[in-house]
Design a binder for this molecule. Structure first.
Ligand SMILES: *Cc1c(COP(=O)(O)O)cnc(C)c1O
Length: 356
């Protein structure tokens, strides 16, 4: 009775949750959560159309063997180096829980994927953020100190900045006593992956996802590649929470996506073409942005505040992402959509900027 805090309420695990990008129903243009404008590979549609509901009576394979094997083939690694989860958010959540158990703080940049501090709070992992420089680049020396682990998103979100693998290797070399996680959600739009280092460093875990480059955000598939020791540790924790994480439909659809290499390469190329054209148009409209290694641009306008643009776009049901945070509150993160979507965005912006 009454408003007095009950004893049990004090025992609730309190956390300020991650705030995902909105999924509004009434969008005109949805460019706020870095979804891919192309459909998944045609084989994904085929397999989904042919699924017999009877397979759902049985539990799925807890080892996710079919998809682990397909990814191992794709990346040319042994299958004891691959861990699959329900989106890379799930993989990251299991990885933080598994690897970051030190009293020392883990390190990540001040501007990065805003899920990292949420996991830290949830699991009570101490952390210390390291400031990116004024061009949103990593200062590698900041990661040359004692720590309980390191997490780097490369390309970074929301900045889109890609760091060369030599920078990543320097950070790994200075951290032989910590697990170093490289979150490569956007790597297929960038350049070389840290996967090429996987044989040399037992403490390196590379995390990727089907959500961006494979157009399958709605299916929820992510994976990690690392040494057999790291992968075993991840599986031990996973089996201690929920063994059957990946549903049977997602496993079959994921396999079809990985098999179709030609479609994958082709659609990435198409998206990079649109990114290039969009960069030119944004520049003409008075925007600047760091060079992007992702399927989005992190833009700022010469004289119109980002918040104003965000609001006027939103009133017109054009959704982009705005972060009301120090250092980035004059930027917008805009997903590269289809050519038609980008043209509609540019038509609107052109009109607004010139009649303001
Ligand atoms: C999108 C994203 C993820 C999460 O992707 P999932 O949909 O959970 O696979 C992880 N890290 C970064 C940096 C992202 O942008």
């Amino acid at each position: 009775m009454g408003n007095k805090t009950k004893a049990w309420e004090n025992y609730i695990r309190k956390v300020t949750p991650y705030v995902p990008g909105e999924q509004p129903k009434d969008t005109f243009l949805k460019l706020n959560t870095n979804e891919n404008p192309y459909p998944p590979a045609p084989g994904v549609q085929r397999v989904l159309s042919n699924i017999d509901a009877d397979i759902l009576r049985l539990y799925p394979d807890p080892s996710i063997g079919l998809l682990v094997d397909e990814l191992a083939r794709f990346y040319n690694v042994d299958n004891d180096r691959v861990f699959v989860g329900v989106g890379s958010d799930d993989v990251l959540a299991v990885a933080f829980l598994t690897f970051f158990n030190s009293d020392k703080p883990i390190l990540f940049p001040d501007i990065t994927y805003s899920f990292y501090p949420v996991y830290c709070e949830l699991y009570r992992i101490p952390y210390e953020t390291q400031p990116l420089d004024k061009d949103f680049r990593i200062v590698r020396e900041d990661y040359h100190k004692d720590n309980g682990g390191v997490v780097i998103a490369n390309p970074n979100a929301p900045t889109s900045v890609y760091e060369e693998v030599s920078t990543i290797e320097d950070i790994i070399l200075h951290n032989p006593d910590s697990v170093v996680i490289i979150d490569e959600a956007y790597i297929d739009f960038a350049g070389e992956s840290a996967l090429k280092l996987i044989d040399r460093y037992e403490n390196l875990l590379v995390v990727q996802t089907f959500s961006k480059s494979r157009s399958m955000a709605g299916m929820r598939i992510g994976y990690a590649i690392g040494s057999p020791k790291l992968i075993k540790a991840l599986n031990d924790v996973k089996y201690s929470i929920n063994s059957y994480t990946m549903n049977q439909t997602a496993i079959l659809a994921g396999v079809e996506s990985v098999r179709d290499r030609e479609y994958f390469n082709d659609k990435i190329k198409c998206l990079l073409d649109i990114r290039k054209e969009s960069e030119e148009t944004f520049r003409k409209l008075g925007f600047s942005f760091p060079e992007s290694g992702a399927n989005f641009l992190f833009v700022t306008h010469d004289y119109i505040p980002a918040k104003e643009l965000y609001e006027v776009l939103r009133e017109n049901r054009i959704y982009v992402r705005y972060f009301d945070q120090p250092r980035i509150n004059n930027h917008l993160r805009i997903t590269i959509g289809s050519r038609e979507q980008m043209n509609m965005l540019f038509e609107f912006l052109d009109n607004y900027i010139n009649n303001r």
